[in-house]
Design a protein around this ligand. Structure first.
Ligand code: TXA
Ligand code: MG
Length: 342
């Protein structure tokens, strides 16, 4: 299969691919997605095949506005509409009770479904033109860092899907925040482009799922099935170093070898002479770190780097999502310097 590159002008052609049961790369504000008609089980099955995605990891349905919620969900709580009003279109996925209209293959048999309205004019126009909810996981091969531009998606998906719509680089850079509204208190299943603090301001208490912060023990079942898989991983193993920036930079510098790669904050860029370096923005700017973290992880592939060390932000604001992606990329291989004596 030849994968075509479409532009933001090609709305009708892109919608036709969805209508015909094809696979379409779609730009969103978070990361690129691998879309198919979410009501067509055969098309959705092909998403799993193209990604090499485990068949027990459900997909998010993308809709153009909150008026579509009732088509696919029942017992939608008022809070869902309040959140939609405030944060949609935007990087928030809500888990809600699912109607029978949603095929089993989308939810992997769960009685809930994840729904989001992405903030990208091209993708919203494509979904409206197709007239169907679009099932879409991130557009990477399973286990790889998520793509934040069309070229990165093509790297993973060339020859496996019908087309990619190039809508420019993603403005947020990490996936949506996932909140489960079927439980009390609501539960954060994945930190993402919408900070936890913004949800707490609306919902009050929010429980943070254990899988967000620490690795699962053997056999433990996470509430977001995707959280159990190693994720976002470059080919070389990653070690995440948490703690104050000066200290983590020193720690990493003492361990540099010939084939070490480093992901660091801009302030410390001068401290790692001669090694493969990726900066991800200022230590004080987690939004910039979010935009750059996946590109940084991806950049070491195809180089001679054999081990990667990464500085890690603290959990405030978007830092929680950046730290979660780095820790998952590292398979939770973490050195916590705040826990040891200076
Ligand atoms: O920003 C995003 O959310 C991107 C763009 C393309 O919209 N999509 C994305 O999809 O990140 P994906 O498939 O890579 O991640 C979806 C996560 C998985 O961890 C999955 O297990 C979880 O959402 N999920 C989906 N449906 C769920 C459900 N009903 N209950 C719990 N978790 C669910
Ligand atoms: Mg993904």
């Amino acid at each position: 299969m030849k994968t075509r590159l479409l532009t933001g002008q090609d709305i009708e052609a892109a919608a036709a691919i969805l209508g015909d049961g094809g696979l379409l790369g779609i730009p969103t504000e978070t990361v690129y997605g691998l879309g198919a008609n979410g009501l067509d089980p055969e098309a959705v099955r092909r998403i799993f095949e193209a990604k090499g995605r485990p068949s027990d990891n459900p997909l998010i349905l993308h809709i153009p506005d909150a008026s579509w919620l009732e088509r696919y969900c029942h017992d939608v709580p008022d809070t869902a509409y309040t959140l939609a009003e405030k944060f949609w279109p935007g990087p928030l996925t809500m888990i809600l009770p699912r109607r029978e209209t949603v095929p089993d293959v989308v939810t992997c048999g769960l009685d809930t479904v994840g729904i989001r309205c992405p903030d990208h004019p091209v993708t919203l126009a494509v979904i409206r033109a197709a007239g169907v909810p679009t099932a879409a996981p991130s557009g990477n091969r399973s286990g790889r860092p998520s793509p934040t531009c069309a070229a990165h998606m093509l790297e993973d998906m060339d020859g496996r899907i019908d087309a990619i719509v190039d809508g420019g680089p993603c403005g947020v850079g990490v996936e949506s925040t996932i909140i489960d509204l079927t439980v009390t208190p609501p539960r954060l299943l994945r930190p993402g482009g919408l900070p936890l603090e913004a949800l707490e301001a609306v919902l009050g208490e929010v429980a943070v799922d254990r899988a967000v912060l620490s690795p699962l023990s053997a056999g433990e079942k996470p509430r977001a099935p995707g959280m159990k898989y190693r994720h976002y991983a470059p080919k070389a193993p990653v070690t995440v170093v948490t703690g104050e920036g000066g200290r983590t930079a020193r720690y990493i510098r003492e361990r540099l070898g010939k084939h070490t790669g480093v992901i660091c904050f801009d302030e410390y860029a001068g401290q790692f002479p001669g090694c493969a370096l990726q900066t991800i923005g200022s230590a004080r700017d987690p939004a910039e770190q979010a935009r750059r973290v996946f590109d940084a992880l991806r950049s070491f592939d195809g180089t001679s780097v054999e081990a990667i060390y990464a500085q890690c932000p603290d959990d405030a604001g978007l830092g929680l999502a950046v730290a979660n992606r780095l820790k998952k990329a590292a398979g939770f291989q973490i050195t916590a310097l705040e826990e040891v004596e200076p």
